[in-house]
Design a protein around this ligand. Structure first.
Ligand code: GLY
Ligand code: MN
Ligand code: MN
Length: 447
């Protein structure tokens, strides 16, 4: 982990932007000041051990330094924000890292116990102050986590600043280094566990530092959408490999999936190539003003057409899509907002108010239903899976005759395919952070 972020020269304008968003949202909710609590360790039930610390993302929006456990940021519109940093006198643990790189934009005061942090942060707070904290009883003065203020802040977070995009570009690069090592370990016939270790080492992260637990799935396991185990022994044959794994850079996530075939001449390999092309063609159509729900529908139509082309479904692409014949092969959403969280907040929010726009029932797993806007960052992650739990009822049903069960049975041992990129929406098309990172790694290897 680097200790100074990339693109530091853009941090000051990021903080100015964050300050203007917070000032407007606070004014609309009638708050004059806010205290943002990083959060504290929360031990497991009846234990003195805690799960890995996760920074309050609202704190991270200002200052994504993951080690600032127990610290508080105080902000009043028009004034420089102050970080009240907890740096305990503790010979059991090392203190958090002082983010000196942020001092031009955020004042830093050091305190040696949590009580002093609370006391200093609370000093001269006006009556109308809000507290944003993971804890309902953080002992800070003000209204804790007011619904309308949180909703307004969440809605705004979908659009990223240049500084945030620079962190995500960097986290994509780190994840891609891991993906390349993982593919090599797959080609080397290694176990899921060994592949996962190769990913972590090459992406320079501990398992607990990942933005989400990496999915490393060989063969049938690729058909379990969030497969969570790591077999210690390699399988007898390496038919397929799906890896969904990302990295975190100053709190900003990348979320990347690739799928590989053991045999590059197989029907499974051909399906991977075609899904890859279809995913890129869909990304080419993205523009501000479009509906993400329609984008999902367009991908579903492309997948239906692919399944007809590969003679997995025996009817016209139009009928396959209209009648939902391909839906069981693509049972998750096309993507989600990404940023300080892997599944960033407010994907279904209609506007700054808390109201939600649910996806249509056909696509009920879709996490993102918003209109696409410039500077949003989201994933595009289509999949084609051969999941017995979803396909067996179709085999036993009325429309079974429209499917080629011999082809499906041959593909089932490969599990499934997912291809996931992270894209930034521009005025005219997207920047694809994932493809750029793979291209830059290939260029580095070639030179
Ligand atoms: N890795 C979780 C997802 O792709 O959404
Ligand atoms: Mn994702
Ligand atoms: Mn993913």
């Amino acid at each position: 982990m680097t200790t100074t972020p990339t693109a530091l020269s853009t941090y000051a304008s990021h903080v100015e932007h964050v300050a203007s968003i917070w000032s407007a949202c606070m004014s609309n909710s009638d708050f004059d000041a806010v205290l943002i609590d990083a959060g504290e360790h929360t031990p497991y039930f009846l234990d003195d051990q805690s799960p890995p610390f996760r920074l309050n993302p609202h704190f991270g929006h200002w200052l994504p330094e993951a080690t600032l456990v127990g610290s508080v940021i105080a902000f009043r519109p028009g004034e420089k924000p102050v970080l009240h940093m907890l740096s305990e006198a503790d010979f059991w643990h090392a203190p958090g890292t002082k983010p000196s790189w942020a001092e031009g934009s955020i004042a830093i005061e050091i305190h040696h116990d949590r009580a002093s942090v609370i006391e200093a942060a609370s000093r001269q707070m006006p009556a109308r102050s809000a507290v944003i904290s993971p804890s309902a009883d953080a002992a800070l003065p003000g209204t804790t986590n007011p619904t309308n203020l949180l909703a307004a802040l969440h809605f705004q977070r979908a659009r990223k600043t240049p500084w945030e995009i620079a962190q995500m570009r960097q986290s994509s690069k780190r994840a891609v280094a891991g993906h390349l090592a993982a593919e090599a370990a797959f080609r080397d016939q290694r176990s899921e566990f060994d592949i996962a270790m190769a990913f972590l080492a090459a992406s320079r992260q501990m398992a607990t530092e990942q933005p989400y637990s990496g999915i490393v799935a060989l063969n049938e396991h690729a058909g379990v959408l969030h497969y969570q185990h790591y077999d210690r022994e390699p399988p007898e044959v390496h038919r397929s490999f799906l890896i969904d794994a990302g990295a975190s850079e100053f709190g900003y996530a990348s979320d990347i999936t690739r799928t590989y075939a053991g045999d590059n001449q197989s029907a499974f390999a051909a399906l991977i190539d075609d899904l890859d092309r279809a995913q890129l063609a869909l990304i080419d159509t993205i523009a501000p003003g479009m509906s993400y729900v329609e984008l999902h529908d367009s991908m579903a139509a492309r997948i239906a057409a692919l399944l007809c082309e590969h003679e997995i479904i025996n009817t016209s692409p139009e009928r396959a899509h209209d009648e939902g014949l391909a839906d069981a092969f693509f049972p998750h959403g096309l993507g989600h907002l990404i940023g300080l969280q892997t599944h960033d907040v407010a994907g279904q929010q209609r506007g700054p108010e808390p109201d939600i726009s649910k996806p249509p029932s056909r696509y009920e797993a879709l996490r993102l239903t918003r209109t696409i806007e410039k500077d949003q960052v989201f994933t595009i992650e289509p999949g084609i899976y051969f999941i017995p739990l979803l396909l067996e009822p179709i085999r036993a049903g009325e429309s079974a005759g429209l499917y080629n069960w011999r082809a499906i049975d041959a593909l089932m041992p490969c599990g499934g395919i997912r291809i996931e990129d992270n894209v930034v929406v521009g005025d005219n098309g997207c920047s694809n952070l994932t493809r750029e990172a793979f291209a830059s790694a290939a260029q580095g290897n070639a030179s």
